[in-house]
Design a protein around this ligand. Structure first.
Ligand SMILES: C[S@@+](CC[C@H](N)C(=O)[O-])C[C@H]1O[C@@H](n2cnc3c(N)ncnc32)[C@H](O)[C@@H]1O
Length: 197
């Protein structure tokens, strides 16, 4: 369910989002949320790409599932981060389900990769996968330097994010200037949402 052949993008090296390292704001998020990480959460990370964020998260997790629609980056991720602690899965976020729900979903430019007509499906999938009171946190890409129809990435406004997530989630934090990669300044926000029970 995607207008983009993500596997082909990876195979052809057309991956401008790939920075060779985890999002720079991720260590801040982990260290500033003892309430989430002291309990060693079950974490789900959709659209994990090469898995750099998963490698930062995994020491703080009881269990970490890193999912991507494309197989190519997951093969690379397994070589880059050869740990059995990360469960690498090829799959579609929209179809993913598990009997045991997650405490945390870590988002990093997966939402902005989703075609506009499927955004509600993203919201429903994340809501379904979280425990009541579980957290959706991560980097939401707001304003790429191209027109909306030229995405992905597909830009989104804060009002739109509130519209999508506001019913099922409560917005706990919005950090409009997270530490980020060079060149991405002022294009992202780090948000923390809590699933309403
Ligand atoms: C912009 S990339 C971001 C990758 C990684 N998070 C990063 O920042 O390097 C978006 C990723 O989402 C994946 N993706 C897109 N649609 C997906 C879906 N429905 N389910 C799972 N992964 C998806 C793509 O294959 C791609 O790896």
């Amino acid at each position: 369910m995607s207008s983009v052949d993500w596997d082909a993008r990876y195979r052809d090296g057309e991956t401008p989002w790939e920075k060779g390292m985890a999002h720079p704001a991720l260590p801040f998020f982990v260290s500033s949320h003892p309430g989430i990480f002291e309990k060693k959460p079950r974490v789900f990370h959709p659209g994990c790409g090469f898995g750099h964020d998963a490698a930062i998260l995994v020491p703080h997790c009881e269990e970490l599932t890193a999912l991507d629609l494309a197989a190519a980056p997951l093969e690379a991720a397994k070589d880059l981060y050869p740990t059995e602690s990360i469960r690498w899965e090829v799959g579609d976020l929209f179809a993913w389900d598990e009997p045991e729900k997650y405490d945390l979903v870590w988002e990093h430019t997966c939402f902005c990769a989703i075609p506009l007509e499927f955004r509600t499906k993203y919201v429903k999938a994340v809501h379904r996968l979280l425990k009541p009171g579980g957290h959706l946190a991560g980097i939401f890409f707001l304003n790429p330097d191209h027109a909306l129809e030229e995405g992905p990435p597909f830009g989104v406004t804060r009002d739109e994010l509130n519209g999508f997530f506001g019913n099922g989630f409560e917005l706990l934090e919005d950090h409009p200037k997270p530490e980020t990669y060079e060149g991405r300044e002022n294009r992202e926000t780090l948000m923390v949402w809590r699933k309403r029970s």
